[in-house]
Every structure is written in structure tokens, then in C-alpha cells.
Design a protein around this ligand. Structure first.
Ligand code: SF4
Ligand code: SF4
Length: 135
């Protein structure tokens, strides 16, 4: 299985070798999509983690025991469906095609599983429908 998650580190957990442990102990592979590291405050990483489901579960349990916050990516990235007017502007900047126009319906689909949290859509959306709320 492959899943994108947001990991949050407090000041006292930022120095834990979590990537090493995920690879070595749980045979998981990962891709860091985004990271905001601040040694004096809370840090975050958006990671795509891949491996056997049982290993993934154990790896997440390890992170929880290590007091590292885990959030599904959809929790912090969303589109306000009331605001979106399906103008398609965001699809021109979304490199991963998480935002993609359906040519039959002319509506813009949002697939958060493809999103890498680059925030480019947030900047171009004229009605401020896209929200990326990482702190
Ligand atoms: S730019 Fe904004 S309004 Fe236009 S399709 Fe994208 S999210 Fe919707
Ligand atoms: S944050 Fe980036 S990857 Fe995600 S939907 Fe917006 S433009 Fe696409």
C-alpha cells in the first residue's frame, strides 16, 4: 500500500531517527514531499510511505509511540465546494494533476491522493476555494 501522511514533530521529537527506523525496522519506503523544519517550534513533513499493509500499520504505531503526530493529508488540504466555480485556473499550475478538468462535464476534480501540498493552486484561485492549512 501507498499512503500520504503529514507528520508533526514537537521540539522534543524532532531529533528522533524516524526515517531510519521506518526503513530498517518496518521495511517501508518513503518520499518526502514537503518539509518545514524548525528546531525551536513544531515541524512538519508531508511523506508518501509505501510498503506491506502490516508493516505500514506497525510503522504508524511506532510513530505514535514516539509521540509524533500523524494526520491524513486530506485533513489539511481541502477545496471549498461552495466557492469553487470550476474555472480551471488551478489545473494549469497543478503539476501532479490532483486538480484535473473533466472535459465532458467541464468540472474540476480534486484528488487529494495526488496532491503534494505545493500550494500553487491556493495562490492562483480567484475565489480562494483551495485551502492548505499547514502550520
Ligand atoms: S481555480 Fe479555484 S475556482 Fe477555479 S477551479 Fe480551481 S479551485 Fe475552483
Ligand atoms: S497544492 Fe499543489 S499539488 Fe496540491 S492540488 Fe494544489 S497545485 Fe495541486
Amino acid at each position: 500500500m501507498k499512503k500520504r501522511v503529514i507528520l508533526r514533530f514537537k521540539r522534543n521529537t524532532i531529533d528522533k531517527p524516524i526515517v531510519y527506523r521506518l526503513v530498517k525496522d518496518y521495511d517501508l519506503t518513503f518520499n518526502i514531499l514537503r518539509a518545514n523544519i524548525s528546531p525551536k517550534a513544531e515541524s512538519m513533513m508531508v511523506m508518501e510511505i509505501e510498503g506491506e499493509e502490516a508493516n505500514f500499520t506497525k510503522g504508524m504505531e511506532y510513530l505514535q509511540e514516539a509521540k509524533i503526530g500523524i494526520e491524513p493529508i486530506e485533513q489539511d488540504i481541502s477545496r471549498d465546494e461552495e466557492r469553487c466555480v470550476h474555472c480551471g485556473l488551478c489545473t494549469s499550475v497543478c503539476a501532479t494533476e490532483a486538480l484535473d478538468i473533466n472535459r465532458e462535464t467541464m468540472r474540476v476534480n480534486f484528488d487529494y491522493e495526488k496532491c503534494v501540498a505545493c500550494e500553487l493552486c491556493v495562490r492562483v484561485c480567484p475565489v480562494k476555494a483551495m485551502h492548505v492549512s499547514f502550520t
